[in-house]
Ligand binder design. Sequence first.
Ligand SMILES: Cc1cc2nc3c(=O)[nH]c(=O)nc-3n(C[C@H](O)[C@H](O)[C@H](O)COP(=O)(O)OP(=O)(O)OC[C@H]3O[C@@H](n4cnc5c(N)ncnc54)[C@H](O)[C@@H]3O)c2cc1C
Length: 425
Amino acid sequence: MSGHSDPVESADVIIVGAGPAGSSAAVHLARAGMDVLLLEKSTFPRDKVCGDGLTPRGVKQLHVLGIDTSSDDWIKNKGLRVVGGGVTLELPWPTLADFPDFGVVRPRRDFDDMLATLAVKAGAQLRLATNVTGPVIDEKTGRITGVEAKTENGVRRFAAPLVIAADGVSARVALGMGVGKRDDRPLGVAVRRYYTSPRADDDHLESHLELWDRTDPDKAKLLPGYGWIFGLGGGQVNVGLGMLNSSKAFGRTNYRQLLRTWLDGTPEEWGLREENASSEIGGAGLPMGFNRTPHYDRGLLLIGDAGGVVNPFNGEGIAYAMESAAIAAESVLQAHGRTGAAREAALHGYVDAMGRHLGSYYRLGGIFSTLIGNPRVMRAATSLGLPRKRLMYLVLKLLAGLYDESGGDWADKVIRTLNRAAPRV
Ligand SMILES: Cc1cc2nc3c(=O)[nH]c(=O)nc-3n(C[C@H](O)[C@H](O)[C@H](O)COP(=O)(O)OP(=O)(O)OC[C@H]3O[C@@H](n4cnc5c(N)ncnc54)[C@H](O)[C@@H]3O)c2cc1C
């Protein structure tokens, strides 16, 4: 579509970051025939600190892209096992019209490489080892007209009338455009580590709802968050924990120490001990509940972690990164065929579409995260809530965002009613 003029490389759209958000957006746009430049600071394969787990909501997005999940590369799970309050419950993923009934686990080292390769196959131009340092801004209009990046060949400029920021929690491009983080939205922190463990072939995602900080043995504290154990196959598990900023302990907790303390308390035969660790402990922030807005402004669209789209109920980010990519791609495609005010209207349509898609649900998530920041609510929830299977079924659907938009069963109706009652974030 658009021509290239040296030394500035140009395209219809620049996407910064080839994580799940950026690569998905690139697939959608390149398949539709747009000239896409996908800029990535690292080279593949690379690690990304993550739990590597996809609920059925994430699997749906893989299917949207036409990815075949039937091979052995995908370790499948049939539900969530919840451990807490002295009880263990296995909750099968629900049968729904809108989502498949299985989840998958796959290390991000493979997963992101696979998605970026798909983007290239679709026709996107992927530039690796291209570290975007900031936006190029038109002084007169304040609009973004491209980005500047450090590459192996020195500093390079890339030009496009539209830029999609998919650069993750660092959100460098958005910051360069003056779009800051919102303090009125929940934020999480999570750490993870790989271990060799006999639990590698687990067919459930397992979450531990009680995270006790026993740093001071006389004053054990129940923290708002959860720990996970996800089987990766091949003798490996991904183990980690995440916590919300709604508690007083946030910012004062040593997460790496907390992970060790928690794992030391798990049964010896699971093998989650120092000598079986197969990686360092890695950690990162979880930007939740739309904690960076507006999602569109002056030629720049924010998707994935760059737009703070992690689910505040459960810390799941891949599914929502990919959903935001699909929604943004739709607005970009609509804008591409228009000019002037009509073009801007299509782009602002992305903000509205994200609000319709997740705004009310994330408002509920914000309330939820504030509630579980209160230790008394947490204690009551883990000791009373868990034994009630019907309630847990509802909670599973709510926390994992697995409900039908129409039809469905009683639990879907309850969640839709809650969503209707909540104003959008
Ligand atoms: C410990 C932990 C566990 C988690 N577990 C899960 C889980 O089990 N399931 C789940 O669904 N979610 C999980 N999440 C959340 C999930 O990892 C993120 O929500 C998801 O990675 C967001 O995808 P993204 O594409 O928006 O960003 P990212 O995956 O962060 O990708 C951003 C990409 O942009 C590149 N980039 C960054 N800056 C620049 C730059 N300046 N120039 C060029 N390129 C750049 C990066 O190298 C990267 O490739 C977890 C998060 C953490 C921290």
